[in-house]
Design a protein around this ligand. Structure first.
Ligand SMILES: Nc1ncnc2c1ncn2[C@@H]1O[C@H](COP(=O)(O)OP(=O)(O)OP(=O)(O)O)[C@@H](O)[C@H]1O
Ligand SMILES: *[C@@H]1O[C@H](CO)[C@@H](O)[C@H](O)[C@H]1NC(C)=O
Ligand SMILES: *[C@@H]1O[C@H](CO)[C@@H](O)[C@H](O)[C@H]1NC(C)=O
Length: 270
């Protein structure tokens, strides 16, 4: 490991094993005010509840992978302020390496998140999606995973069910990725690969959804975990298990606060 030279970060000194899941992406602090309505321009209104949450698509995915037991590292920049300090503490509490989490005075920018297994596999999540995504993102992705609306933006074709998702996935596959996965909320996901270019629908169990915020990041984090730790599982099996974990996350409120830990999940998933 690289020497940190910072005596205030002792946790890293114990860190020796290399991370198996490395996430490049955003760390955002959510400032949530609950009010009865939105204020008009310039108006001040009373709120009845306020809380601070840890978010950002990259960090969400990293937290989910870590809670499943992945040795994970987060590559990002946070501000040099109390929110940035708190975020780094949050990553540490989730046993995520912050060796490459930097603090900067510049404004944070985050447009896309990438999950990279240190060996060869790259899982790319184009969120938020832009229509003219650099074509290299397709050819450099082992797994390209997006949701319905991102697939629509990237392909220009409406995606609303397994059939239309299958068509969009084929268009994305033709751009050079090895595997495409499109998530479909309560309908699970659709996948195809260069090896098996016929769309396959992987449905999920119906659950009573309480709060679906962050379900996509839970799914991507779980998939990164399986790619890194169970590389011999079939893709279909990895997706079934990722569906299951994301379904657990929609049954509780909040984003990271709803992500399950390995100890709370059926043993059959590991
Ligand atoms: N209502 C639900 N019931 C069961 N599983 C769900 C439900 N909603 C989402 N999931 C699971 O979460 C995965 C991702 O959901 P979705 O396609 O809505 O991602 P997303 O739009 O990126 O999520 P979000 O933007 O809300 O974080 C699905 O593939 C599925 O496995
Ligand atoms: C962060 O702020 C502290 C003081 O609050 C300062 O000592 C340090 O140099 C700053 N670091 C960066 C990267 O701006
Ligand atoms: C897909 O993810 C984007 C974030 O990139 C989000 O804004 C959008 O609401 C999601 N779409 C669906 C159908 O959930």
């Amino acid at each position: 490991m690289a020497a940190s030279g910072d005596p205030g970060r002792p946790w890293q000194e114990e860190e020796e094993e290399a991370a198996a899941v490395v996430v490049v992406g955003s760390c955002m602090t959510d400032l949530v005010s609950l009010t009865s309505r939105l204020p008009k321009t310039g108006e001040t209104i009373h709120g009845h509840k306020f809380f601070i949450g840890f978010g950002g698509k990259g960090a969400n995915q990293c937290v989910q992978a870590a809670r499943l037991g992945a040795k994970a590292a987060m590559v990002c920049k946070v501000g040099n302020d109390s929110f940035g300090n708190d975020y780094i503490e949050n990553l540490k509490q989730n046993h995520i390496s912050t060796e490459f989490t930097y603090q900067t005075r510049d404004a944070a920018t985050g447009t896309a998140s990438i999950i990279v297994n240190n060996e060869v596999k790259t899982l790319f999540n184009p969120a938020p999606a832009i229509a003219d995504l650099d074509p290299q993102f397709y050819s450099l992705s082992s797994v390209f995973c997006c949701n319905e609306s991102e697939a629509e933006i990237l392909t220009g074709h409406a995606v609303s069910d397994p059939t239309t998702a299958g068509k969009a996935a084929l268009l994305l596959l033709e751009r050079g990725c090895q595997v495409v996965v499109i998530t479909l909320g309560a309908s699970g996901c659709v996948t195809l690969s260069q090896a098996e270019p016929v769309p396959k629908h992987i449905p999920t169990e119906a659950v009573k959804a309480v709060d679906t915020t962050g379900a996509g990041d839970s799914f991507v984090g779980a998939l990164a975990f399986y790619l890194a730790y169970y590389p011999t599982l079939s893709l279909e099996e990895m997706l079934k298990r990722s569906n299951f974990i994301a379904a657990v996350s929609v049954q509780a409120t909040g984003t990271q606060s709803s992500y399950p830990y390995k100890k709370d999940l059926p043993l059959a998933l590991f």
